[in-house]
Design a protein around this ligand. Sequence first.
Ligand SMILES: Nc1ncnc2c1ncn2[C@@H]1O[C@H](COP(=O)(O)OP(=O)(O)OP(=O)(O)O)[C@@H](O)[C@H]1O
Ligand SMILES: [Mg+2]
Length: 248
Amino acid sequence: MLKLPTKPNPTATNPNPNRHPDTNATNPKKSVIVKLENVRKTYTNGAVGLRDVSIELYQGDFKFITGHSGSGKSTLLKLLYGAEQATDGEIFVNGFNLKGLKGKNLAMLRRKIGIVFQDYKLVPRRTVSENVAFVLMAQGYTYKEIQRRVQPALKMVGLLHKAHCFPEELSGGEQQRTSIARAIVNTPPLVLADEPTGNLDPDNAWQVIKILKKLNSFGVTVLLTTHDEQLVRAANHPVLHLQNGYIA
Ligand SMILES: Nc1ncnc2c1ncn2[C@@H]1O[C@H](COP(=O)(O)OP(=O)(O)OP(=O)(O)O)[C@@H](O)[C@H]1O
Ligand SMILES: [Mg+2]
């Protein structure tokens, strides 16, 4: 049985003095887990990723981000996991103020975010279970704790029977489900997925959405970019639409 956080408490161990006050709300169901205030991102070559974006996500939300190519979807997610810094505005994630966040604090933020990419980013010479375990090893978990966590994560994505396969022995859908297991193995309260179904056929895409929906039912907040309007309609979650760097 996967020990996912039924009541994730993203701020419990966060020593960041810049914690956003909203995350201390008394009603845990209504805690703000992501907040952007007038965020602008201009890349060093002058390209504009986001122009003026203000959004709030509450713990337990499941939201899609849609928009044409170049509208800023990936930029938004990269800002949230600290791969890019905002040019202007404020960003709070899991209680961290992301302004100037680096080193140990950035690593702590990332431990509380599961990230899923369109192209899976699995390590080719590692088995499925090694790919999933890797993140825990890097964080210094004991062997016993790693065993305790990897199996349920693989079970959650329906891949226990492929635990000893290498990525090249898996279908695209199975590779993506492995990457989801890796993203959730340390039970983050927030999952960010950038076009996770972009390389998958409709059946596999729906399997991925179903897994993310299940995680969400355990209280995990999910933010997912996609071009697939049919999928968005079928999944029936709120949509943030980006247009030329603005929320439309
Ligand atoms: N590293 C970068 N350096 C310079 N410009 C960038 C960089 N990353 C993105 N951009 C620019 O920022 C804008 C938004 O890009 P972004 O990748 O966020 O779009 P997107 O909505 O994810 O598009 P897609 O649907 O094609 O993935 C684009 O004009 C893009 O060219
Ligand atoms: Mg993108």
